[in-house]
Each structure stands twice: as C-alpha cells, then as structure tokens.
Design a protein around this ligand. Structure first.
Ligand code: 5GP
Length: 194
C-alpha cells in the first residue's frame, strides 16, 4: 500500500449519517476517485438501486462468495452480511485513483491492519435527534429497527478515537470541503505520522 499512488479512504459512521450521499457527492465532483461497491444480504430500500449503493444478494449467495474467497473483508451487522469484494482496489490505487470504502468499525479496523496508510474518517451526525429523524425517514426502517440502530450508534460513538479524522456531517458542501482538506493534509504528512 505504501507504494500505491492513490489513497484508500475508509468512511464509517452511524446509519442515517449520510455516508453514501457524501461519498457519491465527492466522487461526482472529483476526478480520479472511485467507490468500492459492497455486497450485502440486507433488504434493498426503495431509494436504493442495485449496483449503486450495494450489490444485493441472498444470504446463501453471500455465504457462497465467502467460501469462494471473494471478499477482502466482510462483517455481520444487525443480522445482515456486508462485504468488500476483493476485485480491483489495488489496481485502482496503482493507477493513481483514490478509492473510498464505506465500512462498519470492525471492517475499518481490519482494512487498516491490511493497509496501514488507509485514511480513516468517521462521520458524525449534528445531533442524535437529527439522526433519529433521518433514520425514521427511511421507508423500510421500522420503529424497532430505528431504535436498534440508535442503540448501536451510542456504542459506535465510543470508537471515534480510533479514527484519523471525525467530521460532523451537517451540510453536504461543508463535509466535502473537509474531506478535500484531509486529502491535502495527508499529502503533506511526514511518512512517520501516517
Ligand atoms: P446500512 O445497512 O446502513 O447500509 O449499513 C450498515 C453498516 O454496514 C454501516 O455501518 C456500513 O458502513 C457498513 N458496511 C457497508 N458495507 C460494508 C462492507 O462491505 N464491509 C463492512 N465491514 N461494513 C460495511
């Protein structure tokens, strides 16, 4: 990884904080960057498109992919599988393309072990009431699911210190600028601080 020319950026944060929106907006407004689309066995939301946020597969198909060694890493989050395909991340990085991964905390720590130069960014909600509102807006997120995700959020927030950077995702444009600054700061880091 240290010889790679592109950056590997890992984005984590509680459900509803806007990880996909932020990554998509960044990629659409910057050249030479890409998003690794994960596979999941979670039910597709009405707002999601196959191959945009995720590749949606059955639990059985996901387990077959695990057996076939198709994942760089995978996790079980709230009873659903999520996994990063091994495919061409390294090729993209070698090709001077920055690659974004959206991972839960466990996945982020695993990938950081494999790629120590990876930049870990945690997205925070402006406050928990706003997060609850965003979660409730998701058609498929039933009340119990919203409550479970909020419970998980308080545990996740304790892990922020493991990340290189934390950004409060209040306004999309501001968050994008913060990521741009992180990218510049990272270019200026002395190797020993990476
Ligand atoms: P959601 O159901 O809200 O889309 O995602 C649930 C959690 O799974 C989020 O924390 C998200 O970052 C994480 N996640 C999504 N894709 C992957 C993946 O490929 N690997 C890991 N480890 N976590 C993922």
């Amino acid at each position: 990884m240290s010889n790679c020319k592109g950056k590997l950026i890992i984005i984590s944060g509680p459900g509803g904080v806007g990880k996909n929106t932020v990554v998509n907006a960044y990629i659409n407004s910057h050249s030479n960057c890409c998003f690794s689309i994960s596979f999941t066995s979670r039910e597709q939301r009405s707002t999601e498109k196959e191959g945009k946020e995720y590749h949606f597969v059955t639990k059985e198909d996901f387990e077959k992919k695990i057996k076939d060694g198709e994942f760089l890493e995978y996790t079980i989050f709230m009873n659903n599988y999520y996994g990063t395909p091994k495919t061409n991340i390294m090729e993209k990085l070698d090709d001077e393309t920055d690659a974004f991964l959206i991972l839960d905390i466990k996945g982020a720590m695993n990938v950081k072990k494999m790629y120590p130069d990876a930049i870990l960014i945690f997205l925070l909600p402006p406050n928990l009431d706003i997060l609850k509102m965003r979660l409730q807006r998701r058609e498929k997120d039933l009340n119990t699911q919203v409550m479970n995700r909020l419970k998980k959020t308080s545990n996740e927030l304790k892990e922020v210190a493991k990340y290189n950077y934390a950004i409060v995702n209040d306004e999309l444009e501001k968050t994008i600028v913060e990521i741009e600054k992180i990218m510049i700061a990272n270019d200026c880091l002395c190797a020993k601080n990476k």
